[in-house]
Write a protein that binds this ligand. Sequence first.
Ligand code: E4P
Length: 214
Amino acid sequence: MKIFIDTASIKEIKEAVSLGLIDGVTTNPSLIAKENRPAEDLLKEIATLVTGPISAEVLSLDVEGMLKEARLLTKIAKNIVIKVPLTKDGIKAVRCLAQEGIKTNTTLCFSANQALLVAKAGGNYVSPFIGRLDDISQVGMDLIRNIKTIYNNYSFKTEIIVASVRNPVHVLDAALIGADIATIPFTVIEQLIKHPLTDIGIQRFLEDSKKIPK
Ligand code: E4P
């Protein structure tokens, strides 16, 4: 499973990249707003740090606006992927952008039928938001399972990005289901590394090492 980092923070991206684990980055307007600097600047800098896909979201809600923004965003760096909301206009934009050879990540996916349409439109990535489904008492991971089954049934090439990841169990389940990608916040990446028994084990080995004759 590929690991993307779900952030627009340069500090977090640098740290995660130094671990050698990062295959790509996803941003969204809320994440970019937290960084308090112009989006284009930020995306340019992210592109100097990461060679994999970097998702940048359009703000327009109409096809023409989305296409215009997408064409500008792709000028920032060749690995920019256009994040498009899962609406009627979004689906139309995905098809047009696919014809122009511009990669898309269709975001805010909350049903398997929506994901089916993304694949049929020729989308490169679809982002089902599992944490937000869990928040309203639906099992987010069931959505990933269903999309995976549908994509396998018809050999669709669209990659599933498990998004709105909130904890290490989400990552584990995504990998068990065979999702293509999980986009993970930095804090959860750190949680994946840590285990209390690892810390206790290190401590015990260090203490015992003091008893080894010199
Ligand atoms: C994914 O591309 C989104 O940026 C993100 O996963 C949304 O997560 P949230 O529901 O925690 O805001």
